[in-house]
Design a protein around this ligand. Structure first.
Ligand code: NDP
Length: 325
């Protein structure tokens, strides 16, 4: 972003010289299940479709261990493999999948413009935004070390791997409460680590958590470090008296919020206070004609691969109908 701001401010002509203009029928931004599914539908509907993969090709699923809850994979599948399959399927129908990131947009006219970091200025009447959301992490070095081997940001995705084991959830909001409740049905014990002396979650969720016997809430605790050899074995916490508390756990679920990847669209698209793009009820239309949003960038509730894929399909069908109109 800063690169574009700089050149725009200094000399608009540089922008014109630097970027090669290209016209496509449909531009899809994002390569998770939403983006790929949308691209399969638009390309099969004969729309010349270009898909930009974004910073994390394949999206959030490439950081999960194994996906066992996506219908059609009786033995489960790794996130990476599923994304590779989706990519191949999209390319089979002619989708041009590119490494690259959309860095700037102009949705002020019907001919939408999107600039990319590979030097293209793409002009199109259809943009499908599937840029997803990024789970927030604590930022500990040890957390990065165990990502995919003990650390997860999705209990529904990874909880099953910790059945009958002890785990911890960090966070005090509705997501953390939901994750703790979900894990309590699978795991032996769930520690809920909350940095304040109260839970921010809604009263209904707080009450549910408090009733469950195998959830132990650790108020006013912060995580200092995770430890283990190849797999996670425990965490060292700091309590309000500045004392170290050691817990033995096999799974550490971070539930401190998500950040929808919507920054470059904010000048044109309506978002909620967190940044989720607002779409019309029951469809994928944004407040700008010809711009559609699907997957986690517009979904703060379900956030599943299958719901993202479903909404990608909806976005493609909405786009086709818009063009026919
Ligand atoms: P929230 O922002 O509501 O909560 C984040 C939690 O993480 C807070 O308890 C916060 O602590 C804690 N936290 C943040 N940073 C850190 C940190 N560095 N270390 C330790 N703890 C940290 O996020 P949610 O994802 O829970 O919810 C987002 C929105 O989605 C909310 O509006 C929520 O109501 C909604 N939602 C609704 C659901 C439903 O209706 N079924 C389900 C899930 C979410 P602190 O309180 O101290 O700031």
């Amino acid at each position: 972003m800063s690169f574009f701001k700089k050149i725009n401010l200094e000399d608009n002509n540089v922008t014109k010289k630097k970027f090669v203009t290209e016209k496509v029928d449909c531009l899809i931004i994002g390569s998770g299940p939403a983006g790929y599914t949308a691209s399969i539908y638009t390309s099969r509907a004969n729309l010349k479709t270009v898909l930009y993969q974004g910073l994390q090709a394949g999206g959030q699923l490439t950081t999960t261990t194994e996906i066992e809850n996506f219908p059609g994979y009786p033995n489960g599948v790794s996130g990476f493999e599923m994304m590779e399959d989706l990519k191949k399927q999209a390319e089979r129908f002619g989708v041009e999948v590119r490494d690259g990131v959309a860095t700037k947009t102009d949705f002020s006219k019907k001919n939408h413009k999107v600039w990319t970091d590979d030097g293209k200025l793409i002009e199109t009447s259809i943009v499908i935004i599937a840029t997803g959301a990024t789970a927030k992490y604590l930022g500990l070095e040890s957390e990065t070390k165990f990502l995919g081997s003990g650390v997860s940001a999705c209990a529904t995705c990874d909880g099953f791997f910790y059945r009958n084991l002890d785990v911890a959830v960090v966070g005090g909001g509705d997501t953390a409460a939901e994750e703790a409740v979900y894990l309590s049905g699978i795991c032996k014990k769930v520690y809920l680590i909350i940095r304040k002396n109260y839970m921010r979650a809604s009263k209904t969720m707080r009450d549910r958590v408090l009733k469950i016997k195998n959830i132990e809430i650790l108020f006013e605790h912060n995580t200092k470090k995770l430890f283990g050899n190849n797999n996670l074995e425990g965490a060292i916490l700091i309590n309000k008296n500045n004392e170290e508390v050691r817990i033995n756990i096999s799974g550490f679920f971070v539930a401190i919020g998500h950040k929808p990847n919507s920054d470059i669209f904010k000048d044109y698209l309506k978002t909620d206070e967190i940044g989720y793009i607002i779409t019309e009820k029951g469809n994928s239309k944004t407040n700008v004609e010809g711009v559609f949003a699907c997957g986690d960038v517009q979904d703060s509730i379900y956030r599943q691969a299958i719901t993202a894929a479903g909404s990608g399909c909806q976005a493609a069908l909405d786009a086709e109908r818009y063009l026919k109109k």
